[in-house]
Design a binder for this molecule. Sequence first.
Ligand SMILES: [Ca+2]
Ligand SMILES: [Ca+2]
Ligand SMILES: [Ca+2]
Length: 356
Amino acid sequence: MKSLKSFLKTGAFSLLGLGLVTAPAQAVNITTSSDPNVLVNNILGSGITISHANYKGASIASGIFTNGLSSGIGIENGIILTTGNAKLAVGPNTSESASSNNQLSGDADLSALISGVKTYDASVLEFEFTSTTGNLFFNYVFASEEYNEYVNSRYNDIFGFFLDGQNIALIPGTNIPVSINTVNGGNPFGKNATNPQLFNNNSLNDGGAIYNLQYDGFTNVLSAQFLGLSEGVHRLKIAIADVGDYRYDSAVFIQTGTFSSVQPPKEEVPEPTPVTQPELPEPAPVPQIEVPEPTPVTQPEVPEPTPIPQPEVPEPTPVAIHKVPEPTTVLGLLASAAFAVTSLRKRASATTKTLN
Ligand SMILES: [Ca+2]
Ligand SMILES: [Ca+2]
Ligand SMILES: [Ca+2]
């Protein structure tokens, strides 16, 4: 277990180092923290008071992120809770299967949202709060390494925002929890997608890596909200867990300062570098350069990313290294070579192991 962890860590580090050479956009920056007050104070916005914060999960699984906009997730700063190692969020995307097995149990509330499949590696941040308006809002993004190849499978990693026990992490306008199987681009990608208008593909196997993020897919910036709370103290539990096995990390990013009693303002997407009118030389025949206003990127739409030049990401090798099942190092190397063909089978055997 220890050796697996350090193996994954080392693997991820070298791959990231390699990828950074080719990535034009800056990657999200992660500082792990399992201090509940640090996490909660980061998201605290106006009109809310918070108390009795508690965190349960691996210390590497959660933390603070910065520089999210240039990585493409649509939120600049905030907190991240994952089902593995939060630092694996850092792009570029070098693997279809970045994972950390924290050997932790799941969460009963999350298990109740799905049926018949166990949850693992839960990270849970809970606290009490009061709202001056009786309303509650915050912004978030759900991301996962399970995309796209495990869409509509049992590895339906899930998270929830349980407000006094009731999940408010829902597809807008519905009572359907946000998860791999409820927001995706289909499997195979492009076929039978569910709520694809909320989904951003970043999968290496399906035209990625588009964003400077390890996760193979993620949602638009979504708003969790509840109107008309009763007076007094309420409880919020933010929880995320692997489903079906410990592998393939998922994450939820919550925007800093947006946990508020009023609708938080939209994230300020950085203006494209303003194009200044050039000093026209006297005889300038063309008063031209009426530069068309760059199309403003509105908030929920993740800014069109600078594509990471594909050819420089050596496709199969890094992926395979990361995917090697736990102890069999030599066989693992062989397996890497055959990764593209046999990924499903490897996943299946790894699953059998972790379920025991
Ligand atoms: Ca990935
Ligand atoms: Ca995990
Ligand atoms: Ca998973």
